[in-house]
Write a protein that binds this ligand. Structure first.
Ligand code: ATP
Ligand code: LTN
Length: 332
């Protein structure tokens, strides 16, 4: 276990995962398990930086945990847990907040976007969200963080926080690297293909959810906004088609040249149906595995309890050293 590099990533339980979450992040997490030591987390503490209905949050958190398993995370190989079960994250967050600058947090585009979306609740947690994310990662001294491209700025800040701490208190934290897929790091909205596909989009046709049934997926693909041409080619300015080609490529493994050849002389209608079918077929095993897992609440509880214990053991050792470094008195 010791020589392999360590991977950490997390996902918010703010709803069912979209195809964007899946292609950009979660689907890559399973295959990493053999090469790396992996720690994955459902970040419920991050989710409450925007208002959540408590009943739904609990349900979404359990669903997200089961979904991660259904997407290929094996609890025998990886540590999989729920963030609020492991107190070291909040404790390290405080130390890191004291090493994060107001100016740095003010520049975060996610903070600006979410403040604009929820002008009546620009809370301190939303502002310090990136410090908690840094705590998630640094509590395990992770080397690599697999995320979609939208999280790059947060990761850059986590690196700055780690470097600043190391300068102030002596080398300690590993400075984490982002790990971003070449294709599909930013899946776009089906309705506004210049915007990222997001769980919290109000237009249900804008995103494919990974638990959507086949008909729904095909219907959403058919309605996807494209352009007024009729050529399935990957080219600047064809945002809608580029996005559908990216999706199709991600689920079939075909490259853009092969896709262009396959649909030469055919219209967008045929292409959209093919994309919908390929996505639905690809997601079918995830859907059925999720349906099986979510029935067995006792088993899920066993898994997340064991995951939290392992995560705590690991991160407590790191936190103890941090406390010593900053000058807190040993509890003994
Ligand atoms: P919300 O809409 O609630 O802000 P979200 O859909 O952006 O949520 P997160 O939980 O914030 O999802 O992100 C989980 C992971 O999925 C992150 O690694 C993020 O980079 C990735 N991700 C999210 N949306 C996309 C997308 N459209 N394309 C590629 N990756 C994405
Ligand atoms: N901010 C991330 C979720 C997240 C995360 C993390 C990702 C919280 N903590 C640690 C990687 C590593 C997002 O996806 N919005």
């Amino acid at each position: 276990m010791e020589d392999k590099k360590l991977i950490f990533s997390g996902i918010q339980p703010t709803g069912t995962f979209t195809l964007g979450n899946y292609i950009g992040a979660v689907r890559n997490w399973g295959p990493l398990q053999d090469e790396y030591n992996c720690i994955y987390c459902v970040v419920d503490m991050h989710a409450i930086t925007v208002r959540q209905d408590p009943v739904k949050l609990r349900q979404n958190t359990l669903n997200s945990y089961a979904l991660l398993m259904a997407c290929g995370i094996d609890v025998e190989k990886s540590i999989l847990f729920i963030q609020s079960h492991v107190k070291t994250h909040a404790e390290l967050n405080w130390i890191l907040c004291c090493n994060t600058q107001f100016g740095e947090l003010s520049r975060m585009t996610q903070f600006k976007d979410k403040s604009q979306k929820h002008p009546d609740d620009i809370n301190a947690g939303l502002f310090t969200y990136p410090s908690l994310m840094a705590a998630d990662i640094l509590a395990y001294n992770a080397d690599l963080v697999p995320v979609g491209v939208d999280q790059k700025q947060h990761l850059e800040l986590a690196r700055n926080i780690a470097q600043r701490f190391n300068q102030r208190y002596g080398d300690f934290f590993t400075v984490p690297e982002p790990y971003i897929a070449e294709i599909g790091a930013k899946v776009m909205s089906l309705q506004e293909p210049t915007k990222k596909m997001s769980k919290s989009d109000e237009n249900p046709n804008a995103c494919i959810l990974i638990l959507d049934d086949k008909d729904t997926i095909i219907r959403k693909c058919k309605r996807a906004v494209t352009d007024s041409e009729a050529e399935v080619v990957y080219r600047e300015g064809k945002d809608g088609i580029n996005n559908l080609m990216t999706i199709y490529s991600s689920v079939t493994g075909k490259d853009f040249a092969a896709i262009e050849a396959e649909f030469a002389g055919k219209g967008y209608g045929d292409f959209k149906i093919a994309v919908g079918e390929a996505v639905a077929d690809h997601l079918e095993p995830v859907r059925s595995e999720f349906a099986r897992l979510i029935q067995d609440k006792a088993y899920l509880k066993e898994c997340y309890t064991a995951g939290a214990e392992k995560a705590l053991r690991y991160s407590q050792r790191v936190l103890n050293k941090v406390y010593r470094k900053v000058g807190f008195v040993d509890k003994g």
